[in-house]
Design a protein around this ligand. Structure first.
Ligand code: GDG
Length: 740
């Protein structure tokens, strides 16, 4: 995984369709009249900047249940005409089960590590599926085959696959706004496979942090067996990229508001009222158990109990926005918070001082920003948070650098804001100490911490986030397109066959496992079947053809399996060569000091630590196979073994290779490329065809002249000119050639 992609701002040639649970416009009914209100959310802002370059359409729930069909049609028309918004209307029962139910009683708590809050109800899962399909129907109404989609968040994790199946050529990114949990937590979900497969319909999967992306990749590996290479997974021969895109704040709006005299006046008044000689602590959250509000209140209470001298000198402004009030945990939480605030104010307050200034309602963003500007300290202590924009907004508002951010390490924002006072929300003393430290911090230290954070926040703002995500969708698509062009399609095949037909001196270099035959659980089971034998015999019988099977297998197995075919053979990646059927095997390497005795115990150790894996001994090499091991353990241990051996083998004549589910050690200077030279030199070939699936075949591809047809089986990164999807497809090509 790399960091976010920069470079040129790219734009999409076709429609951009943004799908999220809520539309950027909220519909309501006031005094019998339908009202439309643009939501000030960050995403809408980010997209506004894109809107100037391309057509952006939105799909989502408008936040309102129409009373009748007439009203529905009216709302739909106006949303489409005036706001480019395509509403998905939800029934009360759908909202209950899909939104409050599966999204917020199952996924939200689970993904925030509140496993005991998660409920797993089949009817709610069914409603989630149904509503995802409802969104999909709306997508089909407006999409073209080459539209670009940006799907948002945990409410719509099945949507990418639905869209991909219907519109295989589209471009699609998905962004998750909440954490993606560790695979140990994710696997608790009974419908985990469907959710993963749903997400993998996208071309690009974006997360706030590197950690969440890593967790996702680990779940994809453990639960579906998908390995990744630098964050790219190959799903049914389609590349899916996984990366982190930390969301930023709307700096432009922020700056405008901070310059607004009304906001400045409000900030001053707030400081006069509460902060003249006193300090202001601020927190802003949706009322949610993931935000750690009770933890913070308990810490504040203890702080006041322990620090008498600060009583009357600090005010904690706690803004809580009502949220998901229909979910029972939120109701309980509200009660708990009310009680804690009451206790603190009752215990420490006086007629002239209220320790906790508790506001339980939404405020206009203007008011919020004046509070940010006025506050000496922002106390942001979520138990878990995907990102937490409040922490970033506070930093952005501190133009004078005069403020301290206390932030929990379990907020995604902590990855970028390491100059904050980072706390563990479960460690009350740490919060207390941080409050003390923040209250007494020198201006020099405040400035130096804040400056670094501000620089970052100003640069990586919401526009940057939006544009880099879009750039990355476009880039992923162009990688896919360039692969698509190199697929052995009918045009390529026609050209290849006509060249074959015209030529008289043909060199055919074929890898064996994974190319002529599929991998099997045990290497000894991959014997050639009769069809393959007939095919190879018919190709090698043509006097124009020189057929070479070039494999990593040992020469005895090759002799046993292919000895009756009139072809040449290369065994152990080139350590042995048999120039023609009647020749003897010739050694290409010298047997050296007994290095195997030293390496074998290391491999054996891995064999016993990784069930299902085994060691294979060849004349010139050793191999540790992990095809039958659990995908994740195999993946982790193979990388560990590779790193260990890499160091161990430095400055020796041995070479280390990480092939397809195998790690091999062999004598340096021997590889399939060098072995191929043996045959390439022999004649002026007028047609060369090389087939291979593995990393070791890349050395062969590298050696070939540019007009050779090199074909990789599968869609990983390669030097080959062309791709073909499977050993079966490869055989069908050979069958066609054999008929010429
Ligand atoms: C989810 C993830 C992730 C708050 N009160 C008012 C108000 N706000 C605005 C804030 C801020 C936003 O709401 C809250 O965003 P957070 O990031 O803090 O948290 P969530 O709502 O849980 O958001 C979170 C986010 O998605 C984005 O991906 O960071 O981790 O949980 O922008 O300013 N805005 C107004 N009045 C209020 O009273 N107008």
């Amino acid at each position: 995984m790399g960091s976010i992609l920069m470079g040129h701002n790219k734009s999409i040639h076709h429609k951009l369709i943004v799908v999220s649970n809520r539309l950027p416009v909220t519909v309501s009914r006031k005094k019998g009249k339908i009202k439309f209100k643009e939501s000030p959310g960050g995403l809408a802002t980010g997209l506004r900047s894109l809107k100037q370059k391309q057509k952006v359409l939105f799909i989502g729930w408008p936040g309102y249940i129409p009373r009748n069909n007439k009203e529905k049609i009216y709302i739909r028309d106006r949303l489409i005409k005036e706001h480019q918004c395509y509403p998905v209307f939800l029934k009360r029962s759908e909202l209950d089960k899909y939104y409050y139910g599966f999204s917020n009683r199952t996924l939200w708590p689970l993904f925030h590590y509140f496993t005991s809050y998660s409920t797993f109800e089949e009817p709610e899962w069914n409603a989630y599926k149904k509503v995802n399909r409802k969104f999909f129907k709306e997508v089909l109404e407006i999409a073209d085959p080459d539209s670009t989609f940006w799907v948002h968040d945990y409410h719509l994790m099945l949507l990418p696959k639905l869209i991909r199946t219907a519109l295989p050529q589209c471009s699609m990114g998905f962004f998750l706004h909440i954490p993606f949990p560790s695979s140990e937590i994710f696997r608790v979900l009974p419908w985990r496979t469907e959710i993963l497969e749903g997400l993998l319909g996208a071309d690009l999967l974006g997360f706030h942090t590197y950690e969440y992306a890593r967790h996702f990749l680990s779940s994809a590996l453990r639960l579906l067996g998908y390995e990744h290479e630098f964050g790219a997974i190959s799903v049914n021969n389609r590349i899916v990229r996984v990366d982190n895109f930390p969301m930023g704040v709307d700096i432009e709006k922020n700056n405008q508001l901070l310059a607004d005299p009304e906001v400045q006046k409000e900030t001053e008044e707030c400081r006069k009222r509460l902060g003249k000689n006193n300090k202001i602590i601020l927190s802003v959250d949706r009322l949610d158990y993931s935000k750690g509000i009770p933890h913070r209140l308990r810490a504040f209470e203890s702080f006041l109990a322990k620090n008498r001298k600060w009583r009357g000198k600090i005010t904690y402004i706690m803004l809580c926005v009502p949220s998901r009030t229909q979910v029972s945990q939120y109701k309980q939480l509200k009660k708990e918070i009310d009680r804690l605030v009451g206790n603190i104010n009752g215990k420490f307050g006086s007629p002239s001082w209220t320790p906790v200034n508790y506001i339980f309602r939404s405020r206009p963003f203007k008011k919020l920003i004046s509070l940010y500007a006025a506050a000496d300290i922002a106390l942001v202590t979520p138990v878990r948070d995907g990102m937490n924009l409040v922490a970033k907004e506070y930093v952005a508002a501190k133009k004078d650098n005069n403020g301290v951010l206390i932030l929990s390490g379990t907020a995604g924002a902590a990855e970028e804001l390491s100059e904050a006072l980072i706390v563990n929300v479960h460690n009350k003393n740490e919060i207390i100490e941080s409050i003390k430290k923040a209250l007494t911090m020198s201006s020099k230290e405040k400035t130096s911490r804040m400056k670094v954070m501000r620089k970052r926040i100003l640069e990586y703002d919401i526009k940057h986030w939006t544009q880099s995500f879009i750039n990355s969708i476009i880039e992923t698509k162009s990688i896919q397109d360039s692969r698509e062009k190199r697929k052995l399609n009918p045009d390529w095949k026609k050209e290849l066959m006509s060249q074959y037909q015209k030529s008289r001196k043909r060199l055919l270099l074929f890898d064996y496992d994974g190319t002529l035959i599929s991998y099997s659980k045990k290497p000894e089971d991959a014997k050639p079947d009769n069809e393959l034998k007939r095919l190879l015999i018919s190709l090698s019988k043509s006097s124009s053809n020189k057929l070479v099977v070039i494999s990593g297998r040992d020469r005895n197995t090759m002799e046993k399996w292919l000895g009756d075919i009139p072809c040449s053979m290369v065994a152990e990646h080139g350590s042995w060569i048999k120039t023609s059927q009647k020749d003897k095997w010739e050694k290409q390497a010298e047997l050296q000091f007994p290095w195997k005795n030293r390496i074998k115990p290391i491999l054996k150790n891995y064999e016993s630590r990784v069930p299902g894996s085994f060691v294979e001994e060849k004349e010139f090499g050793l191999a540790w196979h992990y095809r039958n091991a659990s995908p994740e353990l195999g993946y982790i241990r193979s990388h560990e073994l590779f790193d260990n051996l890499n160091e161990y083998l430095a400055n020796t004549d041995l070479q280390l290779m990480h092939g397809n589910k195998v790690i091999e050690i062999r004598i340096a200077g021997i590889n399939k490329g060098i072995a191929a030279q043996h045959f390439l030199k022999k004649k002026q070939w007028d047609f060369i065809l090389a087939l291979g699936d593995d990393w070791t075949d890349e050395e062969l591809f590298k050696e070939l002249p540019p007009n050779a047809y090199s074909i990789k089986i599968g869609y990983g990164p390669t030097q080959a000119r062309l791709f073909i999807e499977s050993p079966q497809a490869c055989r069908s090509l050979l069958l066609d050639l054999s008929k010429i």
